[in-house]
Unconditional design. Structure first.
Length: 160
């Protein structure tokens, strides 16, 4: 029969117990190896039942605090991951909107019918309506660029 170190036994006692167990089983398999568990395992025989004492329960309390801290860290990690995902989605959406606004501006540079006034001679000039339409398209591009900039700022803020 092999011996089990006290450190291993202490570790086995710190393993979370099933509800209402209150004890650890010392089991032996057919090869003589000793196993500690909170439930009966197949192909083993029970050697001894070890009750959990108040001291062992007190040892488990710090373990619970560590689990709560780990849970908090995981929650913060999930929140940060969600913020980063949202920032990247906004960057892609804002980039697509900027591309559309830029294409509309380039397509809108060609005067529409009625936006030219004939001059004396063979030349013509553009009407104020043309310049107002171009100014509106340029305003859309500027707003889209600002949205992209805000999205990148949001991403950098989420990374910190």
């Amino acid at each position: 029969m092999r011996t089990v170190s006290p450190a291993f036994l202490a570790t086995a006692l710190l393993v979370p117990q099933s509800a209402g167990a209150g004890e650890i089983l010392k089991l032996e398999d057919r090869h003589g190896r000793v196993v500690y568990s909170d439930r009966r395992l197949p192909q083993t025989r029970e050697v001894e039942r070890l009750p959990l004492t108040a001291r062992q329960d007190a040892v488990q309390r710090p373990n619970l605090a560590l689990r709560e801290q780990a849970f908090d860290v995981r929650e913060r990690g999930r929140d940060r991951s969600a913020a980063l995902d949202q920032a990247w989605r906004e960057i892609r959406t804002a980039g697509a909107a900027l591309e559309v606004a830029t294409q509309r501006l380039e397509a809108g540079r060609e005067p529409h019918p009625g936006e030219r006034i004939g001059n004396v001679g063979p030349t013509s000039r553009l009407t104020p309506a043309y310049f107002a339409r171009i100014a509106a398209l340029e305003s859309e591009v500027a707003a889209a660029r600002n949205r992209v900039d805000r999205a990148w700022t949001s991403l950098h803020g989420a990374r910190e």
